[in-house]
Design a binder for this molecule. Structure first.
Ligand code: GLN
Length: 197
């Protein structure tokens, strides 16, 4: 069975575990870097990117997470997780993991819109998808080869760059598990092609 890890340091961890299990895959709560060896794909959840980064440093996760991505296994960053994955973060000199070829901006939907829902069309995933945004970042620029999967209000809110998937919103907070299903599919494909190397 395909095993999907959820980085379990902070944020909406349980909800991702539930969504993975609803899709019939095995969920692994990743608390230690050694556990990365046993998963086929990894979700970086939403929460607070600065807090998550502190915990990543404290538990020695930074290099193991980069190595995980560089091994070709898929990673999916949602909200704060998208900020962790990005190659560039507006206003910061250094990115966190810096793996995905995108530039993100934090808290970019304005204070009056701390949280809101929007109906999105997501290329290859859903014609109509009700998304929950909470103090959400957006993708300011998508690099060469990056596929823009969804936009809202003129801003990119979901994209895929090779085996990296990222979205501004929280796909784990509703009962619509199609985005998690899509990511599990990416992990299944990568597992099959890495096994053939
Ligand atoms: N604003 C948060 C951050 O910068 C992200 C919010 C979220 O993950 N819901 O990390």
């Amino acid at each position: 069975m395909t095993r999907i890890g959820v980085l379990g340091l902070q944020g909406a961890v349980r909800e991702h575990v539930r969504s993975i299990e609803e899709n019939g895959a095995e969920a692994v709560l990743v608390k230690w870097p050694e556990q990365l060896a046993d998963v086929d794909g990894l979700i970086l959840p939403g929460g607070e990117s600065t807090t998550m980064r502190r915990l990543i440093d404290r538990y020695g996760f930074l290099e193991p997470l980069r190595a995980f991505g560089e091994s070709g296994r898929p990673m999916f960053g949602t909200c704060a997780g998208l900020i962790l994955l990005a190659g560039e973060v507006v206003g910061y000199e250094e990115p966190h993991l810096g793996l995905m070829n995108i530039t993100v901006e934090r808290n970019s939907f304005g204070r009056q819109k701390e949280s809101f829902e929007a109906d999105l069309s997501i290329k290859g995933v859903a014609d109509l998808y009700n998304a929950v945004f909470i103090r959400a970042p957006h993708i300011v620029a998508a690099g060469e080869g990056t596929d823009v999967l969804s936009e809202w209000d003129g801003r990119i809110v979901m994209a895929r760059d090779r085996h990296y998937l990222g979205c501004s919103f929280h796909p784990e907070l509703t009962d619509d598990h199609r985005i998690t299903r899509f990511f599990i599919g990416m992990a299944e494909e990568a597992k099959a092609s890495l096994a053939n190397l």
